[in-house]
Design a protein around this ligand. Structure first.
Ligand SMILES: Cc1cc2nc3c(=O)[nH]c(=O)nc-3n(C[C@H](O)[C@H](O)[C@H](O)COP(=O)(O)OP(=O)(O)OC[C@H]3O[C@@H](n4cnc5c(N)ncnc54)[C@H](O)[C@@H]3O)c2cc1C
Ligand code: FES
Length: 277
């Protein structure tokens, strides 16, 4: 199945369903796994913030009827590989966790609109909680490649659940970790850190994913400090291509609240347009 939709910065991109060979599928800690598959050229064009619909194996014969959305965590063009970082939560991701090297996974994408990096960008701050980090990691890589300073503020319940610190440092990001364990992840402390970062280093963009509380904090701060804010939303999805309206949420439009499809109009949005629900 091949189709055309919009990728990074609204550019048309090829969408494809492909049966991809699993290169590895290894545990990162007791909750998360890291999966890599060999992917066709269209998939390798995935932009930061875009996602794939994965046809997860079922608990026996066949697969789940509904695909599960998963952000692209990493693209390694030289090895023709795309990678995912996922949390095991239910039957779909449990099925994913059973895949072994050499198995095949049906991958559909890349889908949605990703993060937008303005040419004038000088310093981006990433604020990720839990698996939201998987969505922000390729943004760190893309921004750093453009010579943009990147600070990643990673939030997790426990230090043992913080992932990808080495990967983010290897792409040039300055990493800070906050946890519930030591109280540093509470919104007031995170706000203090963000204010210091913006005042001390300047910041053009705060990008966030993985927590509604952090989204609310970012929305308030970017309005007050007049900087750009983008959020990658995780919404339950079915088709992933704008047809079923399963993922509709309300956003602030120019003439009041309006319904948008997270899979098609996002999943990355301007934080100023998001509404709490
Ligand atoms: C655009 C997008 C990107 C995502 N990227 C990642 C990622 O990189 N890594 C990752 O671990 N997870 C990601 N998710 C969430 C992931 O899709 C869900 O965890 C997964 O679909 C759960 O499927 P399941 O069958 O294991 O669980 P289920 O048994 O279906 O559900 C278990 C729990 O997960 C919730 N859930 C189910 N589907 C979704 C969904 N689509 N979005 C949010 N919550 C859901 C359910 O409400 C339930 O509480 C992303 C979701 C979206 C929409
Ligand atoms: S998941 Fe079907 S329209 Fe978004």
């Amino acid at each position: 199945m091949v189709d055309q939709m919009f990728g990074e910065n609204g550019m048309a991109a090829l969408i494809q369903s492909a049966l991809c060979e699993v290169v590895f599928n290894r545990p990162v800690n007791d909750r998360y796994r890291h999966l890599a598959v060999v992917a066709p050229p269209a998939a390798l064009a995935a932009a930061p913030g875009q996602f794939f619909q994965l046809l997860c194996p079922g608990n026996g014969e066949g697969s789940h009827f509904l695909r599960r959305p998963m952000s692209v965590y990493r693209v390694v063009p030289d090895a023709c590989r795309i990678e995912f970082l996922y949390k095991i939560v239910g039957t779909g991701t449990k099925g994913l966790a059973r895949l072994s090297e050499g198995d095949r996974l049906d991958v559909f994408g890349p889908l949605g609109r990703g993060f937008r990096l303005a040419p004038s960008l000088q310093h981006v701050v990433l604020l990720g909680r839990g698996v939201g980090l998987a969505t922000l990691a390729p943004l760190a890589e893309a921004a750093a490649k453009r010579g943009v300073r990147v600070t990643a503020l990673l939030s997790a319940a426990r230090r043992a659940h913080v992932m990808s610190v080495e990967h983010l440092r290897s792409v040039g990001a300055h990493v800070q970790v906050v946890t519930d364990e030591d109280g540093s992840a509470d919104p007031a402390s995170v706000e203090e850190r963000l204010r210091v970062l913006v005042e001390r280093d300047g910041c053009d963009l705060i990008a966030t994913c993985g927590s509604d509380r952090l989204l609310q904090l970012v929305r308030r701060l970017v309005v007050e400090l007049s900087i750009e804010g983008q959020v990658a939303l995780e919404q339950q999805m079915a088709c992933g291509i704008g047809m079923c309206h399963c993922c509709v949420r309300l956003f602030q439009g120019s003439e009041g609240p309006e319904a948008r499809r997270v899979c098609h109009d996002g999943p990355v949005f301007d934080v100023r347009e998001t509404l709490s629900w």
